[in-house]
Design a protein. Structure first.
Lengths: 117, 409
């Protein structure tokens, strides 16, 4: 079973700062543990929310909006895709991510679409 | 139900299959007689029914998907594709056809998973572990039946789609998960014990179910003193059931109850359990609540109660449940042990708390203490504050009586 861990938190700290270095180290630890356990599929941060564009199609017309879908304090800032036996295992890994400490991690089971092809 | 859920790993499928098997049993057993082991007969038939249903469902959905693709339309409700996934290794061999107590425990842990909404955990446990009808659960929670049915369907869908596992969690996870399970059993009990509305018969049944569940948990986890503590608490509290209400349905307060009507067998079982649990040296909130209940049970009257001990136990409890309600209860015990002025100091410190200012019992308790120290005008104000919050009818009558005594009503 694949689980997508959606990372919501404050924007990333300025590159080159102590805060950024600490965060980078914390993520390397969390990432290494997931790799060693063989559960990690992919994991990446996203560029800040100011770079995002929201797409909606209404009545066949594409509407573009600058920015995220909703104005909120915490933004969708990255993802981690893992393969686990069940929800308990996925929740355990979600709790190891740095974002769980200063933001929140939403755990969503992934639908296996290839079975439809 | 529990065994089948473990075998087919799907709560909804297990429920349907048990219904199928029971329907078959009614017709077959009346024609051919009851088999030697009816329990395992039912489990065996239900398991076959469940596998049949799964095969049919998968076939039907494959056809739906194929038809949709040919029509070139958008896919059907994407959420349903989760169902196409195989259920892990699934059931294998013939082992485990007997209904094992471990299965029931596994089912309780599944229904009480912390990723489910707390109120839904209680409802799901009543439906799947206790076998209550959706209509009965809806009546107990005072919500319309379709609302409750939808809540249960959603929970079962989440269990399937997010793959919440059946079974008792491993040791690293057990402490966190056990807390949720004990809480659900406690809430089932309070729903029966405290609710002011709903059908009397259903609510008594909820207390029985909670005691049964607590008994199962305590038996299956003898190394967990909090499981024994919860069972002790429920027994000590439920022992007063017969003395708690008049024939008219009015609640009788603890101090006015006929203690001769308390169930002595339940009390002594509760006390024995509590003593054994406390010897483990790992206290927790349920053991403390049970210890408070035991202080009441062994007192011949309200006046003979060891209020000093109760005040000390509430003081301990605050470390686990730092809530103003626990602190208010401590204040009342302190007032009984050391006099109204000492209790009043604690209650006055809680006055600013929004949860307290909205709680009529807080104002009534404060009014009583103010009256006893002779501050009658302030006592009247506090009684009026309680009345403004529209307490239950018997409490309104009690307040009216007090205000007349104070010459203000």
């Amino acid at each position: 079973m694949k689980y997508m861990l959606l990372l919501y938190g404050p924007d990333l700290p300025e590159a080159g700062t102590d805060e950024a270095r600490r965060l980078f180290e914390d993520w390397n630890v969390a990432r290494g543990a997931m790799e060693d356990a063989g559960v990690l599929i992919d994991c990446a941060p996203l560029y800040p929310v100011t770079s995002s564009t929201t797409v909606q199609v209404r009545d066949g017309e594409m509407l573009l909006t600058d920015g995220p879908a909703a104005e909120i304090k915490e933004h969708f800032g990255g993802f981690t895709l893992i393969e686990c036996a069940d929800l308990d295992e996925a929740l355990k890994w979600a709790a190891t991510l740095p974002t769980a400490r200063d933001g929140s991690v939403e755990v969503r089971p992934v639908i296996q679409v290839q079975q439809l092809a | 139900m529990a065994t089948l859920t473990r075998l087919v790993r799907d709560l909804e499928a297990a429920e349907d299959a048990v219904q199928d098997a029971c329907a078959l049993a009614v017709s077959k057993w009346s024609a051919e007689g009851v088999p030697a082991n009816p329990g395992s007969w039912l489990i065996g038939v239900a398991r076959h029914k469940a596998v049949d249903r799964m095969r049919r469902d998968i076939k039907r959905r494959e056809k739906e998907v194929a038809a949709t693709r040919e029509a070139g339309g958008p896919g059907p409700d994407a959420g349903r594709y989760g169902y196409l996934e195989p259920y892990g290794d699934g059931p294998s061999g013939d082992e485990g056809w007997e209904s094992l107590p471990d299965d029931e425990l596994g089912l309780i842990f599944l229904c009480c998973h912390p990723s489910l909404d707390p109120a839904t955990r209680v409802a799901l446990t009543l439906r799947s572990v206790c076998g209550l009808a959706t209509s009965e659960i809806a009546a107990a929670f005072l919500v319309p039946e379709p609302t409750m049915a939808q809540r249960l369907v959603r929970a079962k869908r989440k269990i399937r789609q997010a793959r919440i596992s059946f079974g008792v969690p491993g040791p690293d996870n057990l402490a966190a998960r056990l807390g949720s399970v004990l809480r659900v059993v406690y809430l089932v009990f309070t729903q029966g014990h405290m609710a002011t509305g709903g059908n009397e018969l259903i609510r008594g049944g909820l207390c029985d179910q909670a005691v049964r569940l607590a008994r199962a948990l305590a038996a299956l986890m003898p190394q967990e003193p909090e499981a024994a503590g919860l069972l002790a608490l429920l027994l000590l509290t439920d022992a007063r059931r017969g003395a708690r209400s008049r024939d008219t349905g009015d609640i009788i307060l603890l101090e006015d109850q006929d203690r001769g009507c308390w169930d002595r067998a339940m009390i002594s079982e509760g006390e024995t359990l509590l003593e054994r649990a406390l010897r483990a040296g790992r206290p927790g909130p349920y053991q403390l609540h049970a210890a408070i209940a035991a202080c009441h049970s062994c007192a011949a009257s309200a006046a003979d109660t060891d209020w000093r001990e109760i005040a000390a136990l509430y003081g301990e409890l605050i470390r686990y449940e730092p809530t103003p309600v626990v602190e208010a209860n401590r204040a009342v015990a302190v007032a009984m042990a050391e006099g109204p002025a000492a209790g009043l100091v604690i209650l006055d410190a809680l006055r600013a708390h929004p949860q307290m200012s909205r709680w009529p019992q807080f104002h009534i308790a404060r009014a009583e203490l103010l009256r006893r120290v002779g501050r009658f005008a302030e006592a009247s104000d506090a009684y009026r504050a309680a009345l403004r919050l529209e307490p239950a009818v018997p409490e309104q009558a009690f307040i009216g009586q007090r205000m007349r005594e104070l010459g203000d009503g």
